[in-house]
Write a protein that binds this ligand. Sequence first.
Ligand code: ATP
Length: 312
Amino acid sequence: MTADTVIDCGGIGKRYRRSWALRDCHLAVPAGRVVALVGPNGAGKTTLLGLAAGLTRPSEGAMTVLGDQLPGSPAALDRIGFVAQNAALYPGVPVRDLLRMGRYLNRRWDDARAHAHLEGLGIPLDRRYGRLSGGQQAQVSLALALAKRPELLLLDEPLAALDPLARHDFMAVLLTAVAEGGLSVVFSSHAVNELEQSCDHLVVLGGGRVQVAGEADDLVAGHRMLTGPTAGADEVAARLPVVRDRRAGAQSHLLVRTGGVDAPVSAGWRQQRVGLEELVLAYLREPTASALPGPRGAVRASVRTSEKAMLS
Ligand code: ATP
């Protein structure tokens, strides 16, 4: 049976000696998505992916993957592919032999798919892995992970070393695999400017906590940039959930959560939609702001209440 969620965290924390890499993380990542995991250096992205892959265990709280599987359990290991950050496979081993190893080590191995993937990109199978370019190495890692026919693919900064063309090719392979069905992808990335084309669900981590989680379309639809005279900015900011408050002389720019409806704006103010990149950057700049899934109706209701207050 297909699971509704691929990662479920109930208040998990991960501590390394005395410092917490993750704390009080609640997350339900839906299945069938390409999920981008974003956050500044040290936010806990690698730690979260490692927990989901079963490489390490939470210090507190519970986590399940692919519905109700425990990370690291045989059933989960069978159904999850993981490509670590700077995944260095055996540099002296030819690609063909890496594929052979994969075939011996995995029960659900799709050899034809791996060959077609690499031959389609013109990657020489007789070349040693260490002699391939960074982009080719990333494609080999991806081909090996996909040949496992995973239901969940975890990728830690897969795009980091790739040029724009290689990034495009990498994402194209990934999106095609997801479109074929039965695969969910969670990848960490610093490429905030490429999120719009590469993900349909977003998780932003900040300081070891989940700061933003949701469908990319909902997040974009649920925010507005309000621009108006600084003289009235305090009044607007007091009535709406403000993510980022930027005052530039006589003009102020307030990024607000509106819950998918237009914000009530007073005279002299205008509102615009914002793109995913601008949205993510705003949250990264305001680590205490958050946009977590909740009763959408409640947000709408609070905006309507403030609308009434503004009109009265
Ligand atoms: P980056 O974007 O730089 O890769 P990240 O978001 O992936 O960062 P993590 O690697 O998960 O962040 O690290 C989160 C925090 O946990 C950091 O403060 C890091 O120093 C700490 N940390 C991670 N792994 C260990 C470890 N094995 N031992 C001690 N501290 C660790």
